[in-house]
Design a protein around this ligand. Structure first.
Ligand code: OGA
Ligand code: NI
Length: 365
């Protein structure tokens, strides 16, 4: 069966289409609205005042990255009107007809646009989401032909949004640099020139949410991610390798800040790369906007500082492009191995059933 190109028709079905059904061990363990307040909420109010709250705020951020790799940031300075415009327009986009959305179809390797599940080819199971991806930085590489011109005004709002999030991210990365005892700009310099990718996630209502995920478990590959989510809930985090999960309490106007693999390696593993996933539900659709701050593809991935008595977490330096490629290949291989293992198991069962049937035949003959 040809893969569906939007989720529009599937939302109304009673039964979930099979390509979205996950193995039992990957399915949600905790409800989308069973909220936890374990993830710290940190206010940035006063971070730039001389002799102000800076040291106290930095300490909270560092603690959060050491414990969880996640926190929620408030009083971050991003215009609240801009945030609500961005959300409103994004919702309007996903409400457009399939035909309109597919004008920006990114399947076949196009850089930026619309797709179901993810741009990765060869996924074993699909995610219950539609996405719209913008490659927003470096500015000179922007391809506006991949930025939707509907709803009117979204393009312009996305430009402003990506600029404000770039500057908030750089502020947070300064804190990380300082925490490692380095120059304020050490992390951004290690990125050479910061890339930014904005991914708008739309998770429609799902007929059988317990069998699937909106976005399977992962760590973000880049330096840092800023996630804006609506009040529905669905983002979940684990810090014991998937044994227990918590659902992050949605907080209006806040960004969830995640550390990615690059940030984790730069800190020589001191700061955690957040292990997370998104679950869906059958009551309401959900929108989230993830802004990924990544290093340039040619940037070197290697600890900026190895503390006394520690060993480097990486054997040798590699470029971010290599790191990314390895990660994606590993993910795809894991998926394929699982699929293959299931197929072999099925063949074995079939073989055993045949032997059994033959034996029965003989007994009954
Ligand atoms: C992501 C992500 C979580 C969410 O896009 O990488 O983790 O709640 N999203 O949408
Ligand atoms: Ni993520």
């Amino acid at each position: 069966m040809a893969p569906v190109r939007t989720l529009v028709g599937l939302v109304e079905e009673k039964i979930l289409e099979s390509s979205f059904i996950r193995d039992e061990d990957e399915r949600p363990k905790v409800a989308y609205n069973d909220f936890s307040n374990e993830i710290p909420i940190i206010s940035l109010a006063g971070i730039d005042d001389v002799d102000g709250r800076r040291p106290e705020i930095c300490k909270k951020i560092v603690d959060a990255f050491e414990n969880w790799g996640i926190f929620q940031v408030v009083d971050h300075g991003v215009d609240i009107k801009l945030i609500s415009e961005m959300t409103r327009l994004a919702k309007e986009f996903f409400a457009l007809s399939s035909e309109e959305k597919l004008r920006f179809d990114m399947s076949g390797g196009k850089k930026g646009g619309f797709i179901v599940s993810s741009h990765l080819q060869g996924e074993a199971v699909r995610n219950w989401r539609e996405i719209m991806t913008y490659f927003s930085y470096p500015i000179k590489q922007r391809d506006y032909s991949r930025w939707p011109n509907k709803p009117i005004g979204w393009r312009n709002v996305t430009e402003q949004y990506s600029e404000e999030l770039m500057s908030l991210s750089c502020k947070l990365l300064q804190v990380l640099s300082e925490a490692m005892g380095l120059d304020k700009e050490a992390v951004t310099k290690a990125c050479i020139e910061m890339d930014q990718k904005v991914v708008v996630n739309y998770y429609p209502k799902c007929p059988q949410p317990d069998l699937t995920l909106g976005l399977k478990r992962h760590t973000d590959p880049g330096t840092i991610t800023l996630l804006l989510q609506d009040n529905v809930g669905g983002l979940q985090a684990t810090r014991d390798n998937g044994n227990t999960w918590i659902t992050v309490q949605p907080l209006e106007g806040a960004f969830v800040v995640n550390l990615g693999d690059h940030g984790h390696y730069l800190s020589n593993g001191r700061f955690k790369n957040a292990d997370h996933q998104a679950v869906v539900n059958s009551n309401s659709s959900r929108l989230s906007i993830a802004t990924f701050q990544n290093p340039a593809p040619e940037a070197t991935v290697y600890p900026l500082k190895v503390r006394e008595g520690e060993k480097p977490v990486l054997d040798e330096p590699m470029t971010f492009a290599e790191m990314y490629r390895k990660k994606m290949n590993r993910d795809l291989e894991m998926g394929m191995m699982k699929k293959l293992a299931k197929e072999i198991q099925f063949q074995e069962l079939k073989k055993n059933a045949k032997v059994e049937a033959k034996r029965l035949d003989q007994i009954l003959a």
